[in-house]
Design a protein around this ligand. Structure first.
Ligand code: SF4
Length: 503
């Protein structure tokens, strides 16, 4: 028996079906198989919500259909009441057609009774293919529910906008023509989805590039295990393009033993990863490691930034999505094997974090030292941006950037452990080589996206002092963990793969 869930399809369910019918089926009949929403995805949702609210200011005087998404009958009634009353601008107007429910970000018209203009708001910096399908679903439903549509546009973030000139924050692109083209295929697609949802079993869809395109599917764990993809497989080979991974998969070359025996070209890092994983031994070229480390001069400053990159810039001179540091941790080691001192900064106000952070940083880092950053390109980029924004500190900041050294290329070239599982990120390498005490599992803040979400909450006036204290501690613990992991990894390298010293 079909329930309400199956009778009504939201726009996001139709979009899911267009990406993969099986994903739609599972989301309706077996949602418990979905993986929990990762922090990075949640951060994107939250940002999209903020952008949507900001976009409404470009169409002032509208009426918000302010009804919870689950109360769609009330939202439909409220929308019809506003249309009947002659509303010219509606936010989140809700319509249904053939069992497909949509909420339109912004609907506007020149006067009561004239055709509508649909405006869909996206937090990307360009129009993407999936946005056309998305707007086509809105248009189909709006027309199907008896309204006329004059045009359809996508309003996306303009990455040329510089704070405080937020009047340039959005670019509006007319997509009426491609939407009209996409409309033709929709009725039959929706009919197929409904018929599929009535069936007893999920459709038989093979895994493929669609599992990540345009969005990473939440049922990957389920489908990968159904297909018996090994725990470490072709999909974990470092620096192998997505295209080649799927070519191997289609040829039936999935596990590492098959890859080892293949004639196909793989680079030395990839071959090393395969050999080490199969043999269970660890690859370590001690001489090459020592050669690389010789260029690093003590004292060593182990530096890590946490950053926020809001779609709507909020600090002078910054652009949408520009990564602005709000926190750093720095462990300092004066000579090989000596104890550590520690310095840190965490901004916890709504004000611009950059200048106080710069001051704390240049107070902490002595001149003529090597500054260790894992994947230094990121820290280097942030230091250069800070130097441009605050030229008075430019020499010191560029000096730090110029003295950055990076353990990542050393690991990539000369070390491999099967527990890396194809990843050289510090979150893979540190626990693999140094054990569970260097794992990030179970930490209240355990990744960059979580740190960003925590920062947004930390700076809110509405956040209670107790919660702020909790957030601060979790954020300090996380950033500190990154730099202590670097210290231990460098000691591990210097000791030729031996045990590092304590903090
Ligand atoms: S993991 Fe891939 S095959 Fe499975 S439901 Fe998702 S998109 Fe479809």
């Amino acid at each position: 028996m079909m329930g309400d869930r199956e009778r009504n399809l939201s726009k996001s369910k139709v979009m899911k079906g267009l990406q993969c019918p099986k994903s739609l089926y599972l989301s309706v009949h077996a949602p418990e198989l979905a993986r929990p929403t990762p922090a990075a995805v949640q951060a994107v949702f939250d940002e999209g919500h903020r952008v949507g609210i900001e976009a409404r200011n470009r169409f002032p005087g509208g009426v918000l259909i302010d009804v919870a998404p689950t109360e769609f009958a009330t939202a439909l009634e409220a929308t019809q009441a506003q249309i009947a009353a002659g509303a010219r601008v509606l936010y989140e107007a809700t319509f249904v057609h053939e069992g497909v429910l949509v909420r339109i970000d912004i609907l506007h018209r020149s006067r009561a009774g004239s055709p509508w203009h649909i405006c869909e708001v996206k937090s990307t910096t360009e129009v993407k293919d999936q946005h056309i399908d998305d707007a086509a679903v809105q248009t189909w439903v709006l027309r199907g529910s008896g309204e006329r549509v004059a045009s359809v546009s996508i309003m996306h973030i303009n990455n040329e906008c510089v704070y405080p000139e937020l009047d340039r924050l959005f670019t509006q692109v007319d997509v009426t023509a491609p939407v009209e083209e996409a409309l033709g295929a929709l009725p039959s697609a929706v009919a197929k989805f409904k018929a599929m949802l009535m069936k007893q079993a999920a459709p038989n869809v093979d895994i493929g590039p669609h599992c990540d395109d345009p969005y990473e599917c939440e049922f990957k764990d389920h489908c990968w295990s159904e297909k018996k993809i090994p725990e470490i497989s072709v999909f974990d080979i470092p620096n192998l393009s997505t295209k080649r991974k799927w070519e191997f998969y289609r040829k039936g070359v999935v596990d590492l033993a098959q890859l080892r025996d293949t004639e196909e070209k793989l680079n030395s890092t990839q071959r090393k990863m395969i050999e080490v994983t199969l043999s269970g031994t660890r690859a370590l070229d001690r001489k090459a490691v020592q050669r690389e480390l010789r260029a690093w001069t003590f004292p060593l400053y182990f530096l890590d930034f946490e950053t926020i990159g809001p779609a709507i810039p909020r600090y002078p001179g910054t652009r949408p999505y520009e990564q602005v540091p709000f926190q750093f941790s720095c462990h300092i080691q004066l000579k090989p094997g000596s104890g550590l001192t520690h310095s840190e900064y965490l901004h916890d106000l709504t004000s611009d974090p950059r200048e106080p952070l710069i001051r704390a940083l240049i107070d902490c880092i002595a001149e003529n030292s090597s500054v260790v950053a894992y994947n230094k390109g990121f820290e280097s980029g942030r230091l250069s941006a800070l130097a441009r924004a605050f030229p008075v500190y430019g020499d010191r900041l560029l000096g730090i950037a110029g003295r950055l050294v990076d353990p990542l290329p050393i690991f990539r070239a000369h070390v491999y452990d099967r527990k890396f599982r194809g990843s050289f990120s510090i979150k893979s390498v540190a626990p693999a080589l140094l054990g569970a005490s260097l794992s990030y599992e179970g930490m209240a803040v355990a990744g960059g996206s979580e740190a960003q979400i925590a920062f947004e909450e930390l700076i809110l006036d509405a956040t209670s002092p107790a919660r702020k204290a909790e957030l601060r501690q979790a954020m300090l613990d996380y950033c500190r963990k990154d730099t202590i992991a670097m210290v231990k990894l460098v000691e591990w390298l210097r000791d030729g793969g031996g045990a590092g010293s304590g903090e």
